[in-house]
Design a protein around this ligand. Structure first.
Ligand code: FES
Length: 130
């Protein structure tokens, strides 16, 4: 029996060479409990080595390095389960480095880190309260 596959649509953009962003589609095997980050790793290792994403850092909802937008919501990709149809995009309000990787450098955005606190800090706190 054929394995169920997830359809993933990913935002792609390399500011150094692309004139505008685009979306690319990938089919990934739906393993039991597979996370968004594991799906991105599968794509990178098996389907498209040009995909840029941040791999695991803490995997415990502490660092926020894997934060991205999934199906319209900001989430931590390390602890968000892949759905049958998933759209993955970079976090809004941060400069895009490439694809779903954004510059979360607090000082580069503003000295107080307000955007970081709003976008990622709230996310970290909401996961801690689960
Ligand atoms: S890897 Fe740290 S929150 Fe996901």
């Amino acid at each position: 029996m054929a394995k169920v596959r997830a359809k993933i649509k990913i935002f792609r953009f390399n500011p150094e060479i692309d004139s505008k962003p685009r979306y690319e589609h990938y089919d990934v095997p739906m393993e039991e409990g597979i996370s968004i980050l594991q799906a991105l790793r599968y794509i990178y290792e098996n389907l498209d080595g040009t995909l840029a994403y941040k791999d695991y850092f803490c995997k415990t909802n502490q660092c926020g390095m894997c934060a991205m937008k999934v199906n319209g919501r900001p989430v931590f990709a390390c602890n968000t389960k892949l759905e049958r149809e998933t759209v993955i995009e970079p976090l809004p309000n941060f400069p895009i480095i490439r694809d779903v990787v954004v510059d979360t450098g607090r000082e580069s955005l503003n000295p107080s880190g307000e955007i970081w606190k709003q976008e990622v800090g709230i996310l970290i706190r909401s996961y801690r309260n689960l």
